[in-house]
Design a protein around this ligand. Sequence first.
Ligand SMILES: Cc1ncc(C[n+]2csc(CCOP(=O)(O)OP(=O)(O)O)c2C)c(N)n1
Ligand code: SF4
Length: 299
Amino acid sequence: MPESLFKVNIEEYMLPGNRACSGCGLSLAYRYALKALRKNTILTIPASCLTVLHGLYPTTSVVIPCLNCAFASTGASASGILAGLKALNRQDITVVAFAGDGGTFDIGIQSLSGAAERETDFIFVCYDNEGYMNTGTQRSSATPIGALTTTTPFLTKQEHKKDMLKIMEAHDIPYLASVSSSYPVDLYDKFVKAKRIKGTRYIQISAPCPPGWVYPPRDTVKIGRLAVETGMVVLFEIEDGKFQLTGRSKTLAQRGNKLPVIAYIERQGRFSKISAEQVAQLQNWVDTRWEEYLRRAST
Ligand SMILES: Cc1ncc(C[n+]2csc(CCOP(=O)(O)OP(=O)(O)O)c2C)c(N)n1
Ligand code: SF4
């Protein structure tokens, strides 16, 4: 895989100025994802921060056609666009669904699962900011244990994050990848690869969110890197059933120098009420998954 920013498409599909918050991990990731997808793409996006980023009709900050769909229906919406393209005999266009974790792990899961089971020829992207951020930081099933949200205001979230990557892997799709907005070249390469593959492709982006995670906007790249350095987020891909660690996660595996989760959580206000027991639970959750990834990478 190329490891250089010089290989990244210089065209911009997000115009300067958009309605996302400053320091938004989603907007960083989106810029690079669109560069990889290029113009022959149609997007479908449910209610989320991304619809806000796109702007209010008749103005928009994105120069790729986009359909806004209902919250639960992103997979069905992509299927409908594909049926329309087929009727028009257009095979040159990539259909890409882009939803938040609420729109993927929770309310959108059935239409995504249905589309994947039908082997729909599209890319489903989940940008995972670990909560319903557009409506004010409610808990989702992607929120990690120990985090404060507006629907878990006192005791913090008590349950671990749902493993959506595993759920999508169980659909036997030809390509699946985990990426981070803090590693744009790794992200770019995986989108380029996904665009070339046929069938359902799933990409999950770890996208830090300053107001929801409660840290200064200037720290977004740092926080995203710490997620990877501690193993909270693991960069990998599964192509035709073959698993491999990529980028920084691959280096961490080779050097064995993963950081403890405390290095990541101590920098975010959302973890200000996490208990010592929950820190230990989180560390155990990370270590168990990390061991599993190492085993899979070595076989
Ligand atoms: C059926 C339905 N329920 C609730 C809403 C209100 N709503 C709009 S955006 C949103 C949050 C979306 O969360 P997520 O998918 O995680 O994306 P994010 O806002 O974090 O970008 C909610 C609850 C809606 N638009 N439609
Ligand atoms: S709330 Fe978070 S995800 Fe939404 S636009 Fe702001 S920084 Fe981005």
